[in-house]
Design a protein around this ligand. Structure first.
Ligand code: ATP
Length: 343
């Protein structure tokens, strides 16, 4: 097992910069996700770590040693692609054992290791089957087994669950985490799915437009997104322009107390979750709203509320059932407001 460090990595294709000055570190045995929208440079980062792309600038270190001059096949990295990339005319056992055969391992040893790893991924009786005879989830496990069997120092997973339907994807998340914990292999996962990143990762690297926006544990990022992009990407519904004051922020002329360590200038964004708004009657600091839209999500009612905080309606989530076109009184508790730098 190795730690992985990406140091000031940039990757250009011609004049186009796909990754700009990215730095992060995955500790030995940890699972780190690169999370961001399509085209932000996630896969390029992963491919550069794998050695499929040369960095334009910067360095990749495995266990503190630079591998920039080491070819892909000598980096001891296991890779699982979105498409699984299984060989269709090979059995499961041959697919899994392929990497060992390439390493000139003896037949008996290949059989032993293949059986062992197929057991670990929960496919003990599938050796003789062909990929077409397997479900999506089973193929995914074979791809994982094939990556794990070479006992890699690092495993790279590129959107490994995105080809699965929603229910199977949820199940495989737990499986993937279990397998990663048991094998202890340092793992980098690329995903655009924030739920996947949050449930699986020790650390999350959030990227946008070729740049790392934030690095932190799922809890850090959930509680303290550092900019409007990250707040929006993790699903905070209300993000409004605001000005900083001595004691908090001013949103559309209304003062709210809030704490912050954001060191940017006067112009900031104020963010709060739809569930952080409270229904209030004539309490200090309350403000008026008019319900202009509604939706029901199963457990909660979600409302669009027109208020004087912003031109577009803000979003309120509540267990209470409210009347469309009704007037309400809302309160925004001070400790719920996140003050963010403007992007
Ligand atoms: P997705 O989730 O859609 O795979 P991504 O975040 O993984 O997106 P990358 O595949 O890293 O994004 O691509 C980042 C940018 O670099 C994109 O704009 C892409 O078009 C560009 N790019 C990637 N590979 C090449 C290449 N070989 N030549 C030119 N441009 C490329």
């Amino acid at each position: 097992m190795s730690s992985v460090e990406v140091r000031n990595l940039s990757k250009k294709y011609g004049d186009f910069t796909a990754v700009r000055n990215a730095s992060f570190r995955a500790e030995t045995g940890s699972l780190i996700s690169i999370l961001g929208p399509s085209g932000c440079g996630k896969t390029t980062t992963l491919r550069t770590i794998a050695g499929f792309e040369d960095a334009t600038a910067g360095d990749i270190l495995l266990d503190e040693r630079s591998v920039s001059d080491v070819p892909a096949w000598r980096r001891n990295i296991g890779i699982v692609f979105q498409s699984y990339a299984l060989f269709p005319f090979m059995t499961v056992a041959d697919n899994v054992g392929y990497g060992l055969k390439m390493r000139k391992m003896g037949k008996a040893e290949i059989v032993r290791k293949t059986n062992d790893v197929l057991n670990r991924v929960g496919l003990p009786d599938s050796n003789a089957k062909y990929p077409r005879q397997l479900s999506g989830g089973q193929r995914q496990r074979v791809a994982l087994a094939r990556a794990l069997v070479i006992e890699p120092a690092v495993m790279l997973l590129d959107e490994p669950l995105s080809a699965l339907d929603a229910k199977l994807r949820d199940e495989m998340r737990f499986e993937l985490k279990k397998i990663q914990r048991q094998s202890g292999v340092t793992t980098l996962l690329v995903t655009h799915d924030q739920e996947e990143a949050f449930t699986l990762s020790d650390q999350i690297v959030v990227m946008n437009n070729a740049v790392i926006k934030q690095i932190g544990s799922p809890r850090d990022i959930w509680d303290n997104p550092n900019c409007a992009f990250v707040a929006d990407f993790i699903g905070i519904e209300n993000i409004l322009p605001a000005e900083r004051t001595e004691t908090g922020v001013r949103i559309a002329g209304r003062e709210f107390q809030a704490e912050t360590d954001v060191s940017s200038g006067r112009d900031v964004m104020a963010a709060f979750r739809s569930s952080d708004l409270e229904l209030a009657i004539d309490e200090p600091g309350h403000f008026a709203g008019l319900i202009v839209g509604e939706a029901y999500t199963g457990s909660d009612n979600v409302y669009q509320v027109q208020s004087d905080l912003s031109r577009a309606p803000i979003i309120l989530k509540t267990e209470k059932s409210l009347r469309l076109s009704g007037n309400i009184s809302l309160k925004l508790p001070a400790d719920r407001i996140k003050i963010l730098e403007r992007d």
